[in-house]
Design a protein around this ligand. Sequence first.
Ligand code: NAG
Ligand code: NAG
Ligand code: NAG
Length: 394
Amino acid sequence: MSSSSLTALVSLLLPCLLSLLLLHLANVLDPDPDAATPRVKATPPLPLRFRHDGAFKILQVADMHFGNGAATRCRDVSPDGGGALCSDLNTTRFLRRVIEAEKPDLIAFTGDNIFGASATDAAESLLKAISPAMEYKVPWAAILGNHDQESTMTREELMTFMSLMDYSVSQVNPPGFLVHGFGNYHIGIHGPFGSELINTSLLNLYFLDSGDREVVNEVKTYGWIKESQQAWLRSTSLELQKNLHAPALAFFHIPIPEVRGLWYTGFKGQYQEGVACSTVNSGVLGTLFSMGDVKAVFLGHDHLNDFCGNLSGIWFCYGGGFGYHAYGRPHWPRRARVIYTELKKGQRSWAEVKSIQTWKLLDDEQLSKIDEQVLWRCSTDDSHQNVFSPRQGV
Ligand SMILES: *[C@@H]1O[C@H](CO)[C@@H](O)[C@H](O)[C@H]1NC(C)=O
Ligand SMILES: *[C@@H]1O[C@H](CO)[C@@H](O)[C@H](O)[C@H]1NC(C)=O
Ligand SMILES: *[C@@H]1O[C@H](CO)[C@@H](O)[C@H](O)[C@H]1NC(C)=O
């Protein structure tokens, strides 16, 4: 062996030797044998897919406002709500109940997952808040609200941390794009195992960061979805629709200004407080409308609103407040939204999405199911809207 090839061999082996040394050192310094074992994220089977029965169910959890757990008191509950016994643990109990009752295929946490000002340690609070999803091994995706970063982690740190947690499918930002904020990503739901559409996304989910607070002309207001995010959305949707005109759903925390107008044009559910949106209208409705694939948008932020209303044929639905440390209204139970999608039965196996439905569950004794409605149905006669020509791949 020549000296140059020996040098090459040594330089090749050096990182391995170093890491062996580090491992050895770690064992010497810390006799706990587990300490040297790297922690590996538990990942759900990917890509996410429709179930064998052709359904895919999403649970939306809006505004958990988690603090420190047992020590963090409930807000706005009725006098018989447990008093000092009512805490973040009631939020956890509610999450367990809805997971057991609905057996969702994905949980979407739509921001203000933790209430930063009441969380001594952001990572600890998040771990506790999300724990039922991990416990039940349910894949979950999260975005940020305006309160998550008010503790010990920045928005970027929070999204990074959430992307690394067990069963999370959350992503910080799309690779290859420069977008504003943290938590802008796409998740495709593929056809069931054994179907011809096993490699095709039949339902697309867009998650967006609607920001926290901003100052515009020296006036404080809420955040909004910036042009760079909308550019990413348009281009992602265009790319996906080259493959198949699959319907899509969008999730973000802060409503867009047009949601206010639903007061006059109609809604299903309850509209009990003003829509707390930004003073800036960045044209999100126009972007979604021009994309053509988004059939419904799911929002958080205003806990006393839980309605769905249609703007230009796109449904905008609030989740309704979920968490007990969040503001709410006594005798108006905390609630969660379910989004249920079903595939059409094709000639030989499952075909494209047939319908998108939604309802809510109340944290009362019976876990009451209310306000069921169909948000979208695939119309086979509308050949322009639903061109069915799946290509291989993607
Ligand atoms: C919170 O949980 C406690 C303990 O189980 C219970 O007594 C109380 O009624 C709950 N409060 C609410 C508002 O659900
Ligand atoms: C799906 O993709 C896999 C891996 O690329 C391939 O082996 C399989 O034949 C594809 N199945 C269908 C139904 O397209
Ligand atoms: C949405 O509302 C418009 C008119 O405001 C109506 O023409 C359209 O049919 C509605 N779309 C759905 C899906 O309800």
